[in-house]
Design a protein around this ligand. Structure first.
Ligand code: SF4
Ligand code: SF4
Length: 349
């Protein structure tokens, strides 16, 4: 019923093959990249289907919006080439079942913040930044009611996303929301990139969390005192689905007087946190992931970062402890913004 909008002619005419030529995890020249992407499109086996670490970045690299990553994931599923071991996939899919019990539907009639799968992180939604903003969340024990399911791209399970997502969208819409501020940019990517790519309707306007924070900070501008911290940003994989919103990272840092350190692995060249790479089936995954994390954190350290700022709770969980051990403080963007307006988030000293 839902079909991926992919156009083979666009790939045939494409001269850059940026989707694969820019990939940081697969070493491939342009000529081979063209051959491989066409093989994938034709449903044939390709080394890319085995070597892809599911970092999402080719969705950003393709300037023709031809959805190479969604295509890779679809074909991994069709050809039964799972990126993760089967028991992990089976368990993960069971964990994220969204509809155990019915959610309580409050009518909002306007804009609301959507917590997605992070009902347990309400301590981040405190203070003036969020005053007057209704929250769509649930009892943390039933936290998957609003889980967008896009995580299953890492599992090559498009079929699960397509099966569960329409009901999640319907549940959100039942709150009678017009604008939905997505706490996690994976939800934002779901509603602004994945859904249009497969022809699934979204009956509300998604708003990126950082765009919301930036605009709210503008309203509170008089209360901002520069934080004067040297900051690095850990770009999450899902940010590759909304590269047009990535600019709000720097815009917020400029507004709150945080100083961005100069790094190698930033913006388009950002490195994945390695959260799902570690357990992948490819030989040597564990070591490669450890090396990747070390490279990423050393880059922050060498650049003089005092703080590493996060959007994604999964990246935070994956890298947080290693950062602390390296003398870099992990912090969520919203907490850093709260500090800038004179508030003291939980655990901030
Ligand atoms: S997916 Fe995009 S970047 Fe890759 S070959 Fe096709 S058009 Fe070019
Ligand atoms: S998702 Fe990442 S690893 Fe996979 S092909 Fe695209 S850029 Fe490469």
């Amino acid at each position: 019923m839902y079909a991926l909008k992919y156009d083979e002619d666009t790939c045939l005419k494409c001269r850059t093959q940026d989707c694969l030529a820019k990939c940081q995890y697969i070493d491939i020249d342009k000529e081979s990249a063209k051959k491989e992407i066409l093989k994938i499109a034709h449903g044939e086996d390709s080394s890319v289907l085995h070597d892809c670490v599911t970092c999402y970045a080719c969705e950003e690299y393709c300037s023709f919006n031809n959805h190479p990553f969604y295509l890779i994931v679809e074909k991994q599923e069709e050809l039964d080439i799972p990126p993760l071991p089967r028991p992990i996939i089976k368990r993960g899919i069971k964990t994220g079942i969204p509809f155990r019990g019915e959610p309580t539907i409050e009518k909002i009639n306007g804009r609301a913040l959507l917590m997605g799968a992070f009902a347990d992180l309400m301590h981040l939604i405190q203070g003036k930044l969020f005053e007057g903003l209704p929250v769509i969340s649930t009892d943390p024990r039933k936290m998957f009611h609003y889980f967008c399911q896009l995580m299953y791209l890492h599992y090559a399970r498009n079929s699960v996303i397509k099966e569960r997502l329409p009901k999640i969208i319907k549940t959100i819409a039942e709150h009678e929301v017009t604008e939905v501020v997505c706490f996690h940019d994976e939800c934002y990517g779901t509603y602004t990139s994945y859904c249009p790519a497969i022809g699934m309707e979204v009956p509300f306007t998604p708003v990126h969390f950082f765009e919301y924070l930036y605009n709210r900070l503008l309203e509170l501008k008089k209360e901002i005192k520069p934080v004067k911290l040297k900051v690095a940003y850990q770009r999450p994989c899902s940010s590759r689905l909304s590269p047009d919103k990535h600019r709000f990272v720097q815009a917020i840092f400029d507004l709150i007087g945080a100083q961005t350190v100069e790094r190698e692995y930033v913006d388009e060249n950002a490195l994945c946190c390695g959260g799902t790479m570690e357990g992948q089936r490819r030989e040597g995954s564990r070591k490669r992931t450890a090396d990747l994390r070390r490279k990423n954190i050393e880059d922050m350290k060498n650049a003089g970062a005092e703080v590493c700022v996060f959007n994604c709770p999964a990246c935070y969980n994956t890298l947080g402890q290693m950062l602390v051990q390296s003398g870099i403080r992990p912090v969520f963007m919203s907490d850093l913004c709260r500090v800038a307006i004179g508030e003291k988030p939980e655990g901030w000293r």
